[in-house]
Write a protein that binds this ligand. Structure first.
Ligand SMILES: C[S@@+](CC[C@H](N)C(=O)[O-])C[C@H]1O[C@@H](n2cnc3c(N)ncnc32)[C@H](O)[C@@H]1O
Length: 212
């Protein structure tokens, strides 16, 4: 399992880059477009330093943000402290997706962005997340798909590794540690990399249909 105490800094640096900002802007716009104009309950699983949490709270929604990494949650708490007007709408909890327990309570939207590819049991995690979505609610998952293999190597100019990974359809690439540990392979969602999938929960078991 990836230790975010060590990659947290790299993640924060990436978030500040043009590409990182664009990613957050695109994902936030997509998620907020799915949410109603009135305040709703949102769960941000694996919230990291709170980027999405703060954006969704700034749009007026009540956000419960969870992350198992004290380092990442600390970063989120510091950012929240700098936005006191949002504090009444944000709750931070130190928990991994496998520890989430809300006593049967559900949320109008559940977000899990940039997390699944680090987990071993992807189908189990998606099922758990879906169970936290209230009927008519939204499940928003952002994860890597197969097309991502070699992408980051290419971006960092390491074309030889990128070509090798793509050519051999390697199971290993940056940020896909779940695959290197024989974890279940995340099924690619629709669309090219990165892909954002949101699904409106109708309250019945509906497999993996997505609206993109
Ligand atoms: C790449 S960051 C993504 C942060 C944020 N969701 C985003 O979209 O920018 C991945 C986050 O997943 C968290 N994480 C690691 N293991 C987890 C688990 N088992 N359950 C939930 N989150 C986890 C890490 O601590 C880290 O903050």
């Amino acid at each position: 399992m990836t230790d975010f105490a060590t990659v947290g800094a790299a993640y924060a640096t990436h978030s500040r880059t043009g590409r990182g900002r664009l990613r957050h802007d695109l994902v936030a716009r997509r998620v907020l477009a799915e949410l109603p104009a009135w305040p709703v309950r949102v769960l941000d699983v694996g919230c990291g330093d709170g980027e999405m949490t703060l954006r969704i709270a700034a749009a007026g929604h009540r956000v419960t943000a969870t992350d198992p990494s004290a380092l990442m949650l600390g970063a989120a708490a510091r950012r929240l402290a700098a936005r006191p007007e949002l504090a009444p709408r944000v709750r931070l909890l130190e928990a991994g997706v496998e520890d989430l327990f809300f006593d049967g309570d559900q949320f109008d939207a559940v977000c899990c962005h940039g997390v699944l590819m680090y987990l071993d049991d992807t189908p189990g995690s998606v099922t758990l997340l879906a169970g936290l979505v209230a009927p008519g609610g939204v499940l928003s998952i952002l994860t890597k798909n197969r097309e991502a293999i070699g992408f980051r190597e290419a971006l960092s100019g390491d074309c030889a590794s990128a070509r090798r990974l793509i050519a051999y359809g390697s199971d290993t690439s940056v940020g896909t540690s779940a695959w290197t540990h024989g974890g279940t392979r995340p099924r690619p969602s629709t669309g090219s990399w990165p892909s954002t999938a949101s699904r409106r929960w109708t309250g019945r078991e509906s497999g993996s249909s997505t609206t993109t």
